[in-house]
Design a protein around this ligand. Structure first.
Ligand code: AMP
Length: 292
């Protein structure tokens, strides 16, 4: 079924599917015609970071599916599930303009029927940093991403390096569960002052927005100084202090990690990333950069 939404004076021709059976029907018709499929999972409130993933999928596959589902299983009890920004109409318009073929926007009951019980956990990579500060977060992410991959069976699925640990958790899950999909990591899209784009940035007040860019600056400082041979533990301590002095309310973590297993490093060896999560007022920001 092709749904055409008419808004004011423009018609939008993206196929919007809300059921797993509808999604599967569409995917199997594409498959019968030998078409390749790209999947871009999102929680909506789309910005240029999401659009860069969509463009990469459109450029490298025949058909692109974007999913829009605010996944309650990846929010902790005190997190912002209720307030998480939602604007499906504007997301639909933007995805249509980019040329996305299908938007999969299921209801909560479609994804998690009342008797839903299965959870996927990826210990190791999933137990550090975000896994410590957002208990259950990666279980929620791995479970929903596994479902979306199995529901749509794409050739490739696109994820942002903005959520680097999440990208590696998903890669590990896909390998361990033999899910036949290529996981493609896409570069972080930033504002001109370096702040990584995020749906949550709209929570920031004008003053918080100015302060927020210090996280990216801090990651760069740690990277530069680590490359110059400074002791990592001292760098991190100094940078945490600087962030708190420059207006951050709390620093969850700053860490220099091995890029493969996300183990923290005391002495720099490559490949390595600096990762950080910190709060400006009530907004939690995460970011990372590669040390190279
Ligand atoms: P979300 O809607 O926040 O779950 O994000 C959906 C996807 O977009 C994830 O793979 C994110 O890593 C990716 N993403 C979010 N922000 C950015 C960004 N600034 N640059 C690149 N990818 C991003």
């Amino acid at each position: 079924m092709r749904i055409v939404i008419i808004t004011s004076n423009m018609s939008i021709q993206i196929e919007i599917v809300r059921t797993i059976s509808g999604l599967r029907r569409k995917v199997s018709s594409w498959r019968k015609n030998g078409l390749s499929i790209g999947l871009v999972p999102t929680m909506g409130a789309l910005h240029n970071g999401h659009f860069s993933l969509v463009k990469q999928s459109i450029n490298t596959t025949d058909k692109t599916i974007t999913t829009l589902f605010v996944n309650p299983k990846q929010f902790g009890p005190n997190e912002d599930l209720t307030f998480y920004p939602r604007d499906e109409a504007s997301d639909v318009e933007a995805l249509d303009a980019l040329g996305v073929d299908l938007l999969f926007a299921p209801s909560l009951a479609e994804v998690y029927p009342v008797d839903f019980a299965t959870e996927i956990s990826v210990p190791g990579i999933g137990d550090v940093m975000e896994g410590v500060f957002r208990q259950g977060f990666f279980i929620g992410v791995a479970t929903v991403v596994a479902k979306l991959l199995i529901q749509s069976l794409p050739d490739r699925a696109f994820f942002g390096e903005k959520d680097l640990q999440q990208l590696y958790v998903i890669r590990k899950m896909v390998t361990d569960l033999d899910i036949p999909v290529e996981i493609v990591g896409c570069p972080i899209i930033r504002e001109s002052d370096g702040l990584a784009l995020s749906s949550r940035n709209i929570y920031l007040s004008a003053d918080e927005r100015i302060c927020a860019t210090e996280l990216y600056r801090g990651l760069n400082q740690i990277s530069q100084r680590a490359l110059n041979g400074k002791q990592i533990s001292i760098l991190i301590k100094e940078e945490k202090k600087r962030l708190l002095n420059s207006g951050f309310s709390k620093v969850d973590y700053l860490a220099v990690c091995n890029t493969q297993d996300f183990k923290e490093m005391a002495c720099l060896t490559k490949p390595a990333h600096v990762l950080g999560a910190a709060w400006v007022g009530k907004t939690r920001l995460i970011d990372n950069i590669q040390i190279c």
